[in-house]
Ligand binder design. Sequence first.
Ligand SMILES: [Zn+2]
Ligand SMILES: [Zn+2]
Length: 308
Amino acid sequence: MKWLIGLAVALAALAGAAWYFVLDGAAPTRADGVFELAAYRALVSDDAQATLPTEVQVEVIGENEAPSFAAEAGAFDGVRAFAFPAFDVVGPSGDVVIDAAVDEATLQGMSGGKGHFDREAYARLLAVMQRANDILITHEHLDHVMAVARHPAPALIAPHLRLTAPQLAALPTYAVDGALAPEIAAVAAADFATPTRIAPGIVAHAAPGHSPGSIVIFVRTTSREYLFVGDIAWQMSSIEHLRGRPRLVGMLVPGVDPNRDAVLRQIRALHDLAVEEPDVAIVPAHDAAHLESLVSGGALRAGFEPSS
Ligand SMILES: [Zn+2]
Ligand SMILES: [Zn+2]
């Protein structure tokens, strides 16, 4: 009998641990005032139509696969395709690059050599960054920074980096041999604690949680609005189903979701935003299928143009 009770206790503990580390990921029922869409719109409301970006191009630098439950607690539908993209917001006021992706060594390190890396796409990203007016990253994790930290022409891109203090502080970790180019090391920090207009139609706003330096980027083009949300959610299903990453991911991958409660509030806010403002294209960084649907729907154009 004693062993039966012991077994029951052990099974209950196991079930509790499975729930806590793998299954629990529910967003709260309310999260007001997390993303200030009205403020973002107000900041660009005076931008003349002729100055606004005309389109957003996406370059998928790499691809990989990961189990569904890693992106969305409790989802066991198999394997999901993860994209590693960068974006170029194109228009008469110049290029604004969003995110600096992985390089080949980083992707293969992350994926155990199983990732697909597009060298030509990465070369196009490096080239576009050299002519961009502004370069933003959604956050300071390794799969969003390499074309900044390891750019072959740091002096050309440094004057255009709009990075916050936590983003800049992380860069030396990713520099080759830990030595960041002096031009990039000297970049002054931007502060997006309050929503900040970057260029015509473009606003950045701090959204810490997934990392200390996470931000969201609002873009209004001549035809659409976008919200680039980085890794708040890895996949759209997380926002649709109101479920964040399991605690296990934050334990296994250092630096992921140090403030998980903030991430879950943001997921609730994005869910509500998607319902109330269905025309705003929400763009998580790694959802390959969602990026493809944005391309086929005309919200994104596939591939960077060599010049604009
Ligand atoms: Zn991340
Ligand atoms: Zn990422």
